[in-house]
Write a protein that binds this ligand. Structure first.
Ligand SMILES: NC(=O)c1ccc[n+]([C@@H]2O[C@H](COP(=O)([O-])OP(=O)(O)OC[C@H]3O[C@@H](n4cnc5c(N)ncnc54)[C@H](O)[C@@H]3O)[C@@H](O)[C@H]2O)c1
Length: 316
């Protein structure tokens, strides 16, 4: 076991000092807000966010620049590493960015952590490490189809070196397609639910990239954050890798019908060409994560309803 938690100013309460990389991104910001009342949360991201600056101690720099890590505090208990170029499609067009922002940034983070020795590093990997496959468990073969999948797999292995080279523990979560309120609706290349919702709201018709029989397992962002939070204190997750998904198997038709129901509208589907490197089918098994006590709290219908009402609330 690494360091002992410091005592919080409030009598009896224990504060954990947490660094969240990628803390102004979709999942990182949700996680920061979930943890902020219980712990001391710092955020690192290359993309400044005024709201985060007001609420958290923030560090804004590109993690692929090693010397810039000198500005960070040195006494974190838990480091959540979420920062990444997070799109498969973007990685196919800009593989060098993907390599810098995912691989190089993760190597620099590992070196930083070997220096400061937090108790644990929690890393968000991706279903992209598997390529096209059905019912994958954590032991299934990895066969990434995009530069993104390769860089996430490489990052997993960099993170595992922490355990080899020190007593810093890790937990790795292979997130499946994550969706939920506050996801970026303007990015039409990333996030199957956010892309479909974005088109549905704008045009009442949705272009489906690639095959109509593509298959995905999804997970709501709240359920991702609850799993990441559990990793902070649950020693059974130390030095383990988990699939993080809701096992409901979703096709474009199922997702579009659920969106249509939530909106109370008819939505038309338009079929478009796919692209090389697209992950057309991926479903997984979450038994290992469920055995730690985690379970998804929202099914697809509930998750899409949460997402859509949040958009309506923001526009209304
Ligand atoms: N959203 C999903 O469906 C999904 C699925 C699988 C895995 N993941 C993983 O979860 C994590 C978070 O995903 P997200 O959806 O919040 O992505 P996001 O793109 O919304 O957020 C990522 C954040 O990382 C920051 N970042 C990227 N490179 C950086 C660098 N070199 N230095 C500093 N900051 C950097 C970006 O500015 C951004 O704010 C990522 O690691 C992603 O690979 C996400």
């Amino acid at each position: 076991m690494g360091k002992v938690f410091r005592k919080f100013k409030r009598p009896g309460a224990i504060v954990v000092k947490v660094l969240i990389t990628g803390g102004t991104g979709f999942i990182g910001k949700k996680l920061a807000n979930l943890l902020k009342d219980k712990h001391e949360v710092h955020i690192l991201d290359k993309n400044p966010d005024p709201e985060s600056t007001q609420t958290f101690k923030t560090f804004y720099f590109d993690m692929s620049e090693k010397h810039l890590f000198d500005s960070l505090d040195k006494d974190y208990d838990i480091v959540f590493h979420l920062a990444a170029q997070s799109g498969g499609y973007y990685s196919l067009i800009n593989p060098q960015d993907d390599c810098d922002w995912n691989c190089k940034a993760t190597v620099n983070l590992v070196e930083f952590c070997l220096g400061i020795k937090p108790r644990k590093v929690v890393f968000t990997s991706s279903m992209a490490v598997y390529g096209n496959a059905s019912g994958v468990t954590e032991e299934s073969p990895t066969n990434p189809l995009s530069y993104y999948g390769v860089s996430k797999l490489a990052s997993e292995n960099y993170i595992k070196l922490l355990k080899e080279h020190s007593d810093v523990t890790y937990s790795i979560y292979r997130l499946f397609a994550t969706y939920g309120s506050d996801q970026d609706l303007s990015n039409l290349h990333q996030g199957i639910v956010s892309i479909y919702l974005s088109y549905a709201i704008k045009d009442r018709e949705i272009p489906i990239t690639g095959r109509m029989d593509r298959v995905r397992c999804l997970v709501h962002v709240n359920d991702v954050c609850s799993a990441l939070e559990m990793a902070m204190n649950d020693s059974q997750t130390d030095n383990n890798t988990y699939n993080l998904l809701n096992e409901e198997v979703c096709t474009p038709k199922i997702i579009v019908n659920t969106i249509a129901k939530s909106m109370g509208e008819n939505i038309k589907i338009i079929e478009n060409e796919g692209y090389l490197g697209d992950q057309t089918f991926i479903t997984g098994d979450n038994t290992k994560l469920k055995s730690t006590g985690w379970s998804p709290s929202l099914n697809l219908a509930q998750g899409i309803s949460e997402f859509y009402s949040n958009i309506e609330g923001n526009n209304g």
